[in-house]
Design a protein around this ligand. Structure first.
Ligand SMILES: Nc1ncnc2c1ncn2[C@@H]1O[C@H](COP(=O)(O)OP(=O)(O)O)[C@@H](O)[C@H]1O
Ligand SMILES: [Mg+2]
Length: 254
């Protein structure tokens, strides 16, 4: 699905991502962990076109996407959620989900004014998709609630729902459990598993070790921009280099 080769980006003298080779296979949940400042978010910025690499390649389904603009990369099928929630707070849950469907419909703004027959059909399809995700998230009761009035955990789930509505096949999640309570985190891990079961490939950055260890098929560890380890959750939790990188930060590993 995705492969990076020698991926590198430097900010002045700081090499934030340094010669990283990794691959994500279709249908897997790949996790990326590493101490604060390790380069994880920067890595996602490279994959999604928010940053251009200094050197190296990013192959998405065999095509080199390094340096393409974010909109182009999104249209190729990569969906990303942000550490900062990117829902529309003033819109309802339902309206937020509909916004996610716009990227795969041919609906143009003019169609919504003219309300052509083609538009009516598209609209039905969009609503069908939004309804399906609403049920999937078990948020039917909150359909008409303004997003800003949802609990924090529900806002984050809605954000993932918008991503699902976009029907992209590769989902990047940057710290989806940040700020969630244990119950919300539990629900989130179920949602992530179910998303994978729908055939969507997932690459997630996460601080919450229990979540990462519990749901990832494989984990990649970054430290000072370099990949220092890669393996199953069990392999990673026993890897001396990983333990070393987290030394003095055991609480993150708890
Ligand atoms: N746009 C930027 N300009 C300069 N330095 C940056 C920029 N973005 C990130 N960095 C630096 O790159 C390093 C990696 O940051 P980041 O990718 O956010 O780490 P992580 O997500 O693993 O905590 C940090 O030292 C950070 O200060
Ligand atoms: Mg980060």
């Amino acid at each position: 699905m995705l492969e990076t080769k020698g991926l590198t980006v430097a900010f002045g003298g700081l090499v934030a991502v340094n010669q990283v080779d990794l691959s994500v296979s279709p249908g897997e949940i790949l996790g990326m962990i590493g101490p604060n400042g390790a380069g994880k978010t920067t890595f996602f910025n490279l994959l999604t076109g928010f940053l251009a690499p200094t050197s190296g390649q990013i192959l998405f389904k065999g095509k080199d996407i390094a340096g393409l603009p974010p909109s182009r990369i999104a249209s190729l099928g990569i969906c990303r959620t942000f550490q900062i929630t990117s829902i529309f707070p003033g819109l309802t849950v339902w309206e937020n989900l509909l916004t996610g469907t716009y990227c795969w419909t041919q609906t143009r703004f003019l169609d919504t004014l003219v309300r052509s027959r083609g538009y009516a059909e598209q609209r039905r399809e969009m609503e069908k998709q939004a309804r399906e995700i609403l049920e999937f998230l078990r948020m039917e009761d909150q359909k008409d609630a303004r997003a800003r009035n949802l609990s924090y955990g529900d806002q984050r789930r809605l954000e993932i729902g918008i991503g699902l509505a976009s029907r992209r096949e590769f989902l990047l999640l940057d710290e989806p459990a940040a700020g969630m309570n244990p119950e919300e985190t539990q629900t989130l891990s179920q949602v992530i598993r179910q998303i994978r079961d729908r055939g969507i490939t997932i690459f997630l950055i996460e601080h919450h070790m229990q979540l990462v260890m519990g749901i990832c098929d494989r984990i990649v560890v970054l430290n000072y921009g370099r990949k220092i380890a890669e393996g199953t959750p069990v392999e990673i939790s026993h890897n001396p280099q990983v333990i070393e990188a987290y030394l003095g930060k055991e609480e993150e590993f708890a």
